[in-house]
Design a protein around this ligand. Structure first.
Ligand code: ARG
Length: 477
């Protein structure tokens, strides 16, 4: 049993918490990461307390300078984090109290409940901007890689069976769409996070005449016109972590996208496909088999996708069935939140770097795409354009494929008379429609893999990236 009563809430207790309880309940080992946001929150709160006359100008200066000193100490790694003080909030408040007497007034009209809700929202706003910046980098790598391979065909697959040819560019730009939506989703989370809970108190606000709009403005919780954005309901403000679920859900979705790019590149790098060579710097060897070059970076990305789903699951389960309002369970929200941010951030970094180093094997790509069976659908279109009903055309080309199989040849090697015998609509020009380059160039509709719509996509991404906001500013501590 600890002899010392808890400094911030120990008034009504006879004894302090047991060492076992201190160890069990501490969160400062992980929530100290919120320190820059917590300090920002305290600075704004102190300024508001001055604004409404609870702090004198001298007291505000004292507190602000004290917080600055703590910020510098934390930054340089000299801050004496103390697990017995539970969390980041109490560590900072205690340190401040030791340094300046007026610190005893800082927690006026504030609870750790609205404080943590605010810290998290500040963190989320920063984290969304940070991931969006990394997504932009990934998008620009994808677009550059696409631009360098607009002419290079590969088979597109359904059911992992060769289906129809596409350009490497079109395939890569499909990922740009997915990651672009992830970025849009983060922008939506940012919008939801941009509401200030400070002032909700423990759950029911305060009798003191605080100025919530002042604090919200100080902290940058404002709309496009600069108007403060405040949580409308104090109970909701401290009870719910749904915005956090949204953020981690976006990370999990992004993880799905990582795992799918990863899987394509893993397949493409096998001897069986041989479409790409991966950069040595992101592969590993085998301790036993000297010839091996393993795509570990991509495999790990596939694995991280599972981990991100786990983080999301933790947060969903954590909040299910909790009575309003704050419950200490919510402290467990931070490890999955930070993990999701870290892993997503790392994957974005690694994926961008690996993609910068991949080399496509043009010969292998082209050879695989040149399989005339991939043009079977275009041959159907050719018959249809000549007035044949689609189902009839489909069956005729199917018979062509069967005939080639029986003769152990490819459809382009069939002779004109056998082909005409299947359907007279084939005429003398049917073979031209099996030409790979022609096949790609005839897909010029909006969103298709032809050169023009692919260059439109590239243009779209270049414009969007050029208009994207600059780098996210790091949390100022
Ligand atoms: N460390 C706590 C958390 O993350 C802060 C809020 C504590 N509030 C309380 N009433 N004990 O949830």
């Amino acid at each position: 049993m600890s002899e010392h009563k808890q400094a911030t809430w120990g008034g009504r207790f006879e004894h302090g918490p047991s060492d076992l309880m201190l160890e069990f309940s501490e969160s400062v080992s992980f929530d100290r990461r919120l320190a820059p946001f917590d300090l920002q929150c305290s600075r704004a709160h102190a300024a508001m307390l001055r604004h409404i006359g609870i702090l004198s100008a001298d007291e505000l200066r004292e507190i602000t300078e004290g917080l600055e000193r703590i910020a510098r100490q934390i930054e340089s790694g000299d801050f004496p984090w103390d697990r017995s003080l539970e969390d980041v909030h109490m560590n900072i408040e205690q340190a401040l109290s030791k340094a300046v007497p007026s610190a005893a007034k800082l927690h006026t009209a504030r609870s750790r409940n609205d404080q943590i809700a605010t810290d998290i929202r500040l963190f989320l706003k920063w984290a969304c901007a940070e991931l969006m910046r990394r997504l932009d980098r990934l998008l620009s790598v994808l677009v550059r890689l696409a631009e360098a391979h607009t002419e290079l065909p590969i088979p597109g697959y359904t059911h992992l069976q060769r289906a129809q040819p596409v350009s490497v560019a079109h395939h890569l730009l499909a990922y740009a769409e997915m990651f672009g939506r992830d970025s849009d989703r983060l922008n939506g989370v940012l919008e939801h996070a941009n509401v200030c809970p400070l002032g909700a108190g423990a759950l029911a606000g305060t009798t003191l005449s605080i100025d919530r709009a002042f604090t919200a403005r100080e902290l940058g919780f404002v709309d496009a016109a600069g108007n403060p954005k405040l949580t409308r309901n104090s109970m909701d403000a401290v009870a719910d972590r749904d915005v956090l679920i949204e953020f981690v859900a976006v990370c999990a979705i992004c993880g799905i996208h990582f795992s799918r790019v990863a899987e394509d590149f893993i397949l493409w790098s096998t001897a069986e496909f041989g479409f790409v060579d991966l950069p040595d710097a992101f592969c590993t060897g085998s301790s036993l088999m000297p010839q091996k070059k393993n795509p570990d970076s991509f495999e790990l990305m596939r694995g991280k996708a599972a981990r991100l789903q786990g983080d999301l699951q933790t947060l969903l389960s954590l909040q299910k069935g909790l009575p309003l309002t704050y419950n200490r369970d919510l402290q467990e929200d931070k490890p999955p939140l930070f993990d999701a941010f870290d892993q997503t951030s790392n994957c974005l970094e690694v994926l961008s770097a690996v993609l910068e180093g991949v080399a496509f094997n043009a010969t292998r790509c082209r050879k695989a795409a040149a399989d005339s069976l991939l043009q079977a659908t275009d041959l159907v279109d050719f018959l249809v354009a000549g007035g044949v009903a689609f189902r009839e055309a489909h069956r005729a080309v199917g018979e062509l494929v069967a005939l080639a199989e029986r003769r152990e040849t490819t459809i382009d090697q069939l002779d004109d008379s056998s082909v005409s015998a299947i359907h007279e609509g084939f005429g003398g020009k049917w073979r031209e429609h099996l030409d790979l380059d022609r096949a790609l160039q005839s897909k010029q509709g909006y969103g298709m893999p032809g050169a023009a719509p692919v260059s439109n996509q590239i243009e779209y991404w270049k414009q969007r990236l050029a208009n994207a906001a600059g780098p996210a500013s790091p949390p100022d501590s």
